[in-house]
Ligand binder design. Structure first.
Ligand code: BGC
Length: 263
């Protein structure tokens, strides 16, 4: 292996509001090398409790090669390792040195990124947008709306387009999958909101491809064909593994860049 070649084995950890998932992966092929492990997110989503759960999860993965890098993703804006917002976790994360906490708890360096950025990057590397150039916008429809912008394979982090204000409201509160469930909306009524959402994003950014992820994407036939857009729109393919694969892959890229800088 040369100094410029990333190690092919990495760990990906995906922290969500309800569950924390992880696996050891082969970043060359995008295959999981272990079973995907999942632990519930501790009640209240406080930093120390989440860090402890991440440690338990990493321990449960078995032996991790010394050279493996670790990527962790989290549902918040992440700037230089600091969480700047908190969606569905404790407000203590706002302005918090999150990367440092995880590094201290795990006793190793990590790469720390937003959850939608990780999932989006995973889809571009291994999933629905593999090999696609131009502007790919990946959206995850879950408790919130996560968004990732990837241009010619390069991630532009922290897009946060889920919070676009449409008709005077933060539209995540209307068009996330949680809104469909909370308001018991039919597919038709929810699709009308998605139409408004994707048309607005399309008008602002003229993407080449939309990818729709999140658990509900497995029911894509209920809503995707009904959307009238100029942009191609397809379901995500990596499902629950997108965040794990994307954060693992981003960690190897960072490790390579650091190796280059430190040579
Ligand atoms: C948060 C994003 C996150 C998304 C999906 C939004 O509410 O602001 O940072 O990516 O939910 O978890």
């Amino acid at each position: 292996m040369t100094a410029n070649t990333p190690d092919t084995v990495a760990v990906g950890i995906d922290i969500g509001g309800t569950g924390i998932k992880g696996a050891i992966v082969d970043v060359t092929t995008g295959e999981l090398l272990t079973d995907r492990k999942k632990l519930p997110t501790p009640e209240g989503g406080e930093p120390d409790a989440i860090a402890k759960t991440v440690l338990d999860l990493v321990d449960s993965l078995g032996e991790i090669p010394a050279s493996a890098s670790v990527g962790v993703c989290f549902p918040a804006v992440v700037r230089s390792g600091v969480t700047m917002s908190a969606a569905n976790v404790s407000k203590k994360w706002i302005g918090f040195e999150a990367e440092k906490l995880f590094e201290k708890t795990l006793g190793r360096d990590i790469t720390f990124v937003n959850d939608a950025d990780a999932a989006g990057f995973g889809e571009v590397r291994y999933g629905a947008a593999k090999g696609r150039g131009g502007l790919v916008i990946v959206t995850t429809l879950g408790t919130g709306i996560g968004t990732a912008l990837i241009y010619d394979g390069v991630l532009i982090p922290n897009a946060e387009l889920g919070h676009l204000e449409i008709e005077g409201v933060d539209y995540e509160t209307k068009a996330a999958y949680s809104a469909k469930e909370r308001e018991d909306l039919s597919w038709k009524k929810w699709t009308a909101r998605l139409q408004k959402y994707y048309s607005t994003v399309e008008k602002l950014l003229s993407p080449d491809l939309f990818i729709v992820g999140g658990g509900v994407s497995k029911h894509y036939d209920e809503f995707l064909p009904q959307l009238d857009l100029q942009t191609e729109i397809v379901p995500a393919t990596l499902r629950n593994n997108a965040g794990i694969l994307g954060s693992a892959c981003l960690s190897t890229i960072r490790a390579t860049v650091l190796k280059d800088i430190l040579q």
